[in-house]
Design a protein around this ligand. Structure first.
Ligand SMILES: C[S@@+](CC[C@H](N)C(=O)[O-])C[C@H]1O[C@@H](n2cnc3c(N)ncnc32)[C@H](O)[C@@H]1O
Length: 193
């Protein structure tokens, strides 16, 4: 990331199109939801029209991104953030035909079995996936043939050990000390594309 172009990384060209003010106004946790979504999507075969459950979507930035970038239909589902606020964000982003905000607890989901082609959990699985049997519960909502769990083999779905070192040449971005409490409309893209 370069300091003259905030939130731009060569590694995430799709995310780079989005306006930094919009990204920051859509923050729901500590991570950049667009970067994580782009990274995850590279390992998935998302195609237009696929039904995707974005579970623990927060302010639905990832849901909007998956709709805009891959044409998926996304059920933007979250417990703590308002589905009505997310509806405003979704509408302003012009994707209300394909992103559906749902207020629900991940442990009690209001969906039919095998409804989804894919389920994504961006920076949130440890919040609700704590029960030994949770993955088994969640798997019922996805159509058979998703090989992610088998391929993972326990490597990523679990706890990870991370060691970080601060490089002296890297200028740190401003620390986010608070999340916006109310929805404010921001430009979605850096420029019209
Ligand atoms: C760190 S935030 C990440 C939000 C978003 N995915 C992102 O990357 O910006 C964790 C999210 O998990 C959601 N969450 C926590 N417990 C949940 C539950 N039981 N059911 C649904 N969502 C839950 C919270 O509402 C919150 O939005």
């Amino acid at each position: 990331m370069t300091s003259d172009k905030p939130l731009v990384s060569e590694r995430f060209p799709r995310s780079a199109k989005y306006h930094p003010e919009w990204v920051l106004a859509s923050v729901s946790g500590a991570a950049n939801a667009l970067w994580l979504s782009e990274w995850l999507a590279a390992a998935l075969d998302l195609r237009p029209g696929m039904r995707v459950l974005d579970l623990g979507c927060g302010r639905a930035a990832s849901s909007i991104f998956l709709r805009r970038e891959f044409g998926a239909q996304v059920w933007a589902t979250d417990l703590w953030f308002s589905a009505s606020e997310n509806m405003q964000r979704i509408r302003d982003a012009g994707v209300e035909d394909g992103v559906f905000p749902i207020h629900a607890d991940a442990r009690s989901l209001p969906f039919a079995a095998e409804f989804f082609d894919a389920i994504v959990c961006i920076d949130c699985f440890p919040y609700y996936g704590t029960d030994d049997l949770y993955l088994n519960y969640l798997a019922r909502f996805v159509k058979p043939g998703i090989k992610a769990l088998e391929a993972d083999g326990g490597r990523f779905l679990g706890y990870v050990r991370v060691v970080g070192r601060r490089h002296d040449r890297v200028k740190l971005a401003d620390h986010i000390v608070s999340l916006p409490a109310q929805y404010t409309k921001k430009p979605l893209l850096r420029s019209h594309q």
